[in-house]
Design a protein around this ligand. Structure first.
Ligand code: SAM
Length: 297
């Protein structure tokens, strides 16, 4: 296998490898055969939470030595871990759940190992962002992973404001106690008509996936229809690029007729099919056209 060297350093031929292994995000059934055998044959496993990792190892009958590697000790552990690998020891790197390095520790160790010429190889598997994206039904040929928003409201709003015009699908992680506030701030920044999907407790017993506009999701969060418990990933549709004048005129005239006869969503779907404009753009335009009417009613 060809492995690009970051610096041209050459590790000794007997050096071990760093295996960056993804673990389940809530369902032990997602432990792959490859992960099982990597854990069973590993001598050393670096894990964010060694007690949690011990349970995983036990579940697959693996007896590797566990060392802790988390956000607060990653820097200081690197030298020892590199020495072990340079001396021929393979090291499996795990985080609490999902893929190491994705809003989790691991990047520094991976970077140092690559710089030392050590082979770094992925053992791919679950990742909450990708799992949420896969069920959102939004374009994912290009997307933007934003991870956690800042905890402070002013910083969060500033971040969202900066993302307002991004046309790619956006993926966020959010802590349970901030999910309602995050939805409201997204509504303030992106507009209530923006479509989003809130993925809760993916792969677990109480998995639920709520789709709708930010207006609808805010209402559901407030009413308790979305249970405020567990882990959340949020997928938000990108900003709609302004279509050409002709498209816009054709869309408006189709919508004006259809909105008199049909519910908004249906009218938008039909107008999109008639004009070739993207469904999401048609829906957003339909909401805009309806707004002054509703205000006057
Ligand atoms: N490295 C992980 C990955 O690959 O997905 C992410 C770690 S990050 C510290 C944890 C966040 O991921 C949670 O706060 C939540 O936003 C999201 N997450 C993790 N498991 C999830 C699940 N089962 N369902 C929904 N979101 C999840």
């Amino acid at each position: 296998m060809a492995v690009g060297r970051k610096t041209g350093n050459q590790a000794p031929a007997r050096a071990g490898a760093l295996i960056v292994a993804a673990t389940p995000i809530g369902n032990l059934g997602d432990v792959s055969t490859r992960l099982q055998s990597a854990l069973r044959s590993a001598v050393k496993v670096a894990a964010e939470d060694t007690r949690r990792a011990a349970k995983l190892l036990e579940s697959v009958d693996a007896r590797a030595r566990l060392v802790s590697l988390h956000a607060h000790n990653e820097r200081s552990r690197i030298a020892t871990l590199l020495r072990g690998m340079l001396a021929g020891e393979d090291l499996v790197l795990l985080c609490d759940a999902g893929t190491p390095g994705i809003s989790d520790p691991g990047m520094r160790l991976v970077s140092a190992a690559r710089s030392a010429g050590i082979r770094v190889t992925p053992l791919p598997g679950p990742c909450a962002a990708v799992a949420a994206l896969s069920v959102a039904g939004f374009p994912a040929d290009r997307f933007r992973f934003e991870g956690f928003l800042p905890a402070r409201r002013a910083a969060r709003l500033a971040r969202l404001e900066a993302l307002k015009q991004v046309t790619e699908t956006l993926v966020f992680y959010e802590a349970v106690h901030r999910i309602g506030a995050a939805l409201k701030d997204m509504r303030a920044a992106f507009g209530g008509g923006r479509e989003a999907v809130l993925a809760r407790e993916l792969t677990k017993l109480h998995e639920s996936i709520h789709g709708g506009t930010l207006d609808e999701l805010c209402r559901e969060a407030e009413s308790g229809a979305i249970v405020a418990k567990g882990e959340f990933a949020l997928v938000v549709g990108g900003a709609v690029e302004a279509s050409g004048d002709q498209d816009a005129a054709a869309l408006d005239s189709a919508l004006k007729v259809l909105l008199d006869e049909l519910p908004t969503r249906q009218a938008a779907r039909l107008a999109a099919a008639l004009t070739g404009v993207a469904r999401r753009a048609a829906y957003q335009r339909a909401l805009d056209l309806k707004r002054p009417k509703q205000a006057a009613e």
